[in-house]
Design a protein around this ligand. Structure first.
Ligand SMILES: [Zn+2]
Length: 276
C-alpha cells in the first residue's frame, strides 16, 4: 500500500514541478516576444520581450528600400538604444539624429565613437566607447546582453566639415557585428557588413548580408549559415539598395537548400515584422 502512495506522491511532485515550469513559461510569454522589424539594407528595429527598443544601423531617411511610412525618424516610436556596426553612411546615417532625438546612447566601435565625440557630432555621453570583444548590459543585470563581435570589413567615417564645407575622412574604429541575447535567452546575431570568417557564432537568428561586392554574396552566406552558423532562422539583409549589391534572397535560398536541419530563411520585404 505504501509503495503506490509513495509513487503517487512522486508523481504529484513531478506534476507540480511541471506545472511550475509551464506557468513560468506562460508568464514570460505574456511579457511579450522578441520582435524584429527589418527596414532595408542593415536597418533593424528590435523590440525585446520586456519592451526595450533597440535600433541597429539606422539608415532610413535616404534609404531607397525603406518603406515610405518609415522614412521619418518619428515613425520608429520610442528608441531606448542605438547600435551602429561601423561608420559607413548606409549604417550610420540617421544614428546621431536618433540619439539626440531620444537622448539614447549610440553604441558603436570605440574608434568610431571617439571620432564622433571629438568632431562634436554627438556629446560624449551619447557616444559611449565600446568595442569588439566587449559585452554591455545597458538595461541592468537582468536586461539584454550585447556583445560586439568580429566583422571583416572597414569603417571610415566620411564627414563634411561645416567650417570649411570640405569632405573629410576620419578614423572610424574597427567594424563589428552584434550578438544580442534577449531577457529570455533568445540570441540574435546582426552581422553588420562582413565576409566569411572562421570563428562564427551560433545564434537562434542571424541577420546576414548577402549583397556581394562589399559583403558576402548569396553563396558565401548560404555556406556560412549551413555549415558554420547553423541558426534556426536566417534573415538576409544588405542587398538591392545599390547596383553593386546584386545578391538576392532567391539565390541565397537556392544555395542554402532545404535539407533537414537547415536554417529557415525568413523572406520579407523591408517593413515586415517577425516575432520569436
Ligand atoms: Zn553597408
Amino acid at each position: 500500500m505504501s509503495q503506490p502512495l509513495a509513487l503517487t506522491a512522486r508523481l504529484l511532485r513531478g506534476l507540480l514541478a511541471t506545472a511550475a515550469l509551464c506557468s513560468a513559461t506562460v508568464a514570460f510569454a505574456q511579457n511579450g516576444k522578441t520582435e524584429v522589424l527589418w527596414l532595408g539594407q542593415a536597418a533593424t528595429r528590435i523590440t525585446t520581450p520586456t519592451g526595450k527598443v533597440i535600433m541597429i544601423d539606422p539608415w532610413l531617411v535616404s534609404n531607397p528600400k525603406t518603406p515610405a511610412n518609415f522614412k521619418t525618424l518619428d515613425a520608429l516610436g520610442k528608441v531606448d538604444l542605438i547600435l551602429v556596426t561601423h561608420a559607413h553612411f548606409d549604417h550610420f546615417a540617421d544614428a546621431p539624429a536618433l540619439a539626440l532625438m531620444h537622448k539614447a546612447p549610440m553604441y558603436g566601435p570605440a574608434g568610431m565613437n571617439q571620432t564622433v565625440s571629438t568632431l562634436g557630432i554627438l556629446p560624449a555621453e551619447l557616444a559611449p566607447r565600446f568595442g569588439k570583444g566587449g559585452t554591455i548590459m545597458p538595461f541592468g543585470p537582468t536586461g539584454v546582453k550585447i556583445t560586439a563581435v568580429r566583422a571583416e570589413h572597414s569603417s571610415e567615417l566620411a564627414y563634411k566639415n561645416p567650417a570649411t564645407g570640405k569632405d573629410e575622412v576620419h578614423v572610424g574604429g574597427e567594424p563589428v557585428g552584434f550578438i544580442l541575447e534577449m531577457e529570455n535567452g533568445f540570441k540574435i546575431w546582426h552581422m553588420g557588413d562582413t565576409g566569411v570568417f572562421g570563428d562564427m557564432y551560433r545564434p537562434d537568428l542571424v541577420l546576414i548580408p548577402i549583397g556581394g561586392h562589399f559583403v558576402m554574396n548569396p553563396k558565401d552566406a548560404a555556406m556560412a549559415v549551413r555549415d558554420m552558423i547553423k541558426p534556426k532562422f536566417a534573415l538576409p539583409i544588405h542587398y538591392g539598395t545599390t547596383p553593386v549589391l546584386r545578391g538576392t534572397p532567391a539565390e541565397f535560398q537556392t544555395a542554402l537548400g532545404t535539407a533537414p536541419g537547415t536554417a529557415r530563411m525568413l523572406v520579407g520585404e523591408p517593413g515586415q515584422k517577425f516575432d520569436f
